[in-house]
Ligand binder design. Structure first.
Ligand code: FNR
Length: 366
């Protein structure tokens, strides 16, 4: 009989065993030496919990809100590209799992399922569309229009990709999207005649990388605001300085993120920069984080340091590999249970009870 899956790492081990090398390496890898990749996970362990006792935790409420929408617990699904390599139902299955668990799902621009397919097959899911701004602004306009029509509740603009990070495993594998799959939301978009690179079927992402606009500045947030009334989430903020500029630009939320350590290696772990960013923002927009969340205690720590919610990338991909929508649901349920346990054992009956004083950084111990 198959071993039971009792923690997120079990799903990763399963994915390692069953996925083709090309796909597993694409999902798992970080940039260059992968020093930030390791640190995203390790940094959580350097924060120690300071639990309180005798505080009636007989009835736990894990729910919270993001952008005014109720979610059943503060773990959402991050945008990750090319999910049909993990399971034939890809992003649709992941969205269905988020729907079943009452949390939010983000669709990557580089998805292998369409915006419209998510609306059709996971109609109730709270959904955000992860967006890039292209050299050809019409491509951005078209994608935003489709997101609006397909009932997406926010656009999540990724700002840490003026160019793609270097991932050694992908270079060694000469990574390509398997030929039977397509970047579904680019169907019908003529990258070649837009003069922004070619969109050859079955290619890797480099050709699409050429279409992203590396000349973007903070002024381009105004462009995005001019083409949509959807709330804007900025993904990829790592400094208090940029968080303040994001507040000034009028975004609804930021995601403290280093892109799952896939872009610039040796940047800090996201959990370590979260406190300075939360302090700078002072509640003027919502702050979420992603990167290295693998345990319920990680979720608890991020909330204690001021995040309103966390997003998971790879754990959802590994759940998807394990068993489609049911597998992603299992990963989310596992994190939900672990988070509930962390709350109860720390003396918190609701997420608003989770306070900064319930954490100590290990450097504060003799
Ligand atoms: C990503 N991420 C990402 N981000 C984004 O804005 N657009 C994208 O298309 C992708 N694609 C993508 C693919 C894969 C395979 C991974 C692992 C990640 C980054 C993602 O949204 C998120 O920031 C990280 O995955 C969070 O870190 P963990 O949870 O994977 O450690």
């Amino acid at each position: 009989m198959a071993e039971p899956m009792v923690c997120v790492d079990d799903f990763e081990r399963f994915a390692f065993q069953v996925l083709p090398r090309n796909a597993f390496d694409y999902y798992r890898s970080g940039a260059n030496d992968q020093s930030t990749l390791k640190d995203n996970v390790a940094a959580f362990k350097r924060w120690k919990l300071a639990p309180r006792v005798l505080r009636d935790v007989s009835c736990l409420d894990l729910s919270t809100t993001i952008l005014g929408h109720q979610i059943s617990f503060p773990v959402c699904v991050a945008a990750t590209a090319m999910q049909c390599m993990a399971h034939p139902h890809g992003e649709v299955a992941t969205a269905q799992a988020a729907q079943a668990m009452g949390t939010a799902f983000t669709l990557s621009t580089f998805a292998t399922s369409t915006l419209e397919g998510i609306a059709e097959d996971a109609p109730q899911v709270l959904r955000f569309f992860q967006l890039f701004i292209y050299k050809n602004r019409d491509i951005t306009r078209q994608l935003v229009r489709r997101a609006e029509r397909a009932g997406f509740s926010a656009v999540c603009l990724t700002v840490d990709v003026p160019c793609f990070g270097k991932r050694l495993a992908d270079d060694r594998n000469k990574f390509k999207l398997p030929p039977h799959l397509k970047l579904a939301n680019f169907e019908g978009i003529d990258f070649k005649s837009s003069g922004v690179g070619s969109a050859k079927e079955g290619s890797g992402l480099d050709e699409y990388g050429a279409s992203l606009d590396p000349s973007l500045t903070w002024k381009d947030i105004d462009f995005l605001k001019s083409i949509t009334n959807l709330p804007i989430i900025l993904k990829g903020i790592l400094t208090a300085e940029d968080a303040l500029l994001a507040v000034d630009a009028g975004v609804a939320a930021i995601i403290v993120s280093n892109h799952g350590a896939r872009q610039l290696d040796t940047v800090p772990a996201t959990i370590d920069v979260l406190p300075e960013i939360v302090a700078a923002v002072k509640d003027r927009c919502e702050v979420y984080m992603d990167g290295g969340v693998r345990l319920g205690t990680d979720v608890f720590k991020a909330l204690a340091l001021g995040a309103k919610a966390v997003f998971i990338g790879r754990p959802a991909l590994y759940g998807l590999t394990y068993n489609g929508a049911k597998g992603v649901e299992s990963v989310l349920r596992l994190l939900q249970r672990e988070f509930a346990s962390a709350m109860a054992l720390s003396g918190c009956a609701s997420v608003s009870d989770i306070q900064p004083c319930m954490l100590r950084h290990q450097t504060t111990f003799p």
